[in-house]
Design a protein around this ligand. Structure first.
Ligand code: PXP
Length: 241
């Protein structure tokens, strides 16, 4: 089965918000991602609205013909917004206002009750629910108890490994938890900090069926254009055995 690629276009909105202009437009980026062959568009409506705004979400939802994966925290206003929108997939992520980007996966054990309520509501409204977690077995087991549809493993520990030994440890951790998640019946995705180099090794984990990538591809777009940058990543992952 071909591995899927979801493109995160938050970073286009970050550039727009840096100047308070109305360009570059993440809606255009989402349309170009679809044209380039992406399998889904990923956006994160953060509580502080620092990049993607409600209007962007609504317009992207209208504009694209590929699935919309909305990353979101479990706070009431965001959950209410998602229930109205009913994205194809809601990915629950932790959120701290001070962080530069999502740091760490959602701790399903600490947040069990709140996460459970959000999962139930979103599933009832018709969205698939994915949980963005660190690759630990106890988190996979909790995701199972919560009745989520999908798991997205946070690849931060892998991409930030400083030594070859650390890299090997983190790769092994991802591999083992992906296997466990697959055995439990989950569709397994991975993302965070993946680029044109560190993605290659991830492709060896055959249980990972989808990659969600933003920063490296949008950064490369500055030099070669977004369509070419996405096509390069698709070429890189399509040879996965
Ligand atoms: N998946 C999730 C759940 C994320 O929070 C992010 C970052 O927004 C990504 C994937 C994409 O990460 P990056 O922009 O580092 O490629």
């Amino acid at each position: 089965m071909k591995i899927k690629l979801g493109i995160n276009v938050d970073h286009v909105a970050t550039l727009r918000q840096a100047r308070g202009t109305d360009y570059p437009d993440p809606v255009v980026a989402a349309l170009l991602a679809e044209a380039a062959g992406s399998d889904s568009v990923v956006i994160h409506l953060r509580e502080d609205r620092r990049h993607i705004r409600e209007r962007d979400v609504l317009l992207i939802r209208e504009a694209i013909n590929i699935p919309l994966n909305l990353e979101m925290a479990t706070s009431k206003d965001i959950v209410d917004f998602a229930l109205d929108l009913c994205p194809d997939q809601a990915t629950l992520v932790p959120e701290k206002r001070q962080e530069l980007t999502t740091e760490g996966g959602l701790d399903l054990i600490k947040t069990y009750k709140k996460t459970s309520q959000a999962v139930k509501k979103l599933k009832k409204a018709g969205s698939k629910v994915s949980l963005f977690i660190d690759p630990f077995k106890n988190q996979v087991k909790a995701a199972c108890d919560l009745g989520a549809d999908n798991i997205e493993f946070n690849t931060a520990r892998y991409v930030e490994a400083k030594t070859a030994k650390q890299l090997q440890t983190e790769f092994k951790r991802l591999k083992e938890t992906s296997l466990l998640a697959t055995k439990k019946g989950f569709f397994v995705a991975a993302g965070h900090g993946l680029d044109y180099e560190n993605t290659k090794k991830i492709l060896k984990i055959k249980e990972i069926k989808e990659l969600n990538i933003g920063h490296s591809i949008i950064s490369r777009s500055i030099f070669i254009g977004i369509v070419a940058a996405i096509e390069e990543m698709i070429d890189l992952i399509k040879d996965k055995k």
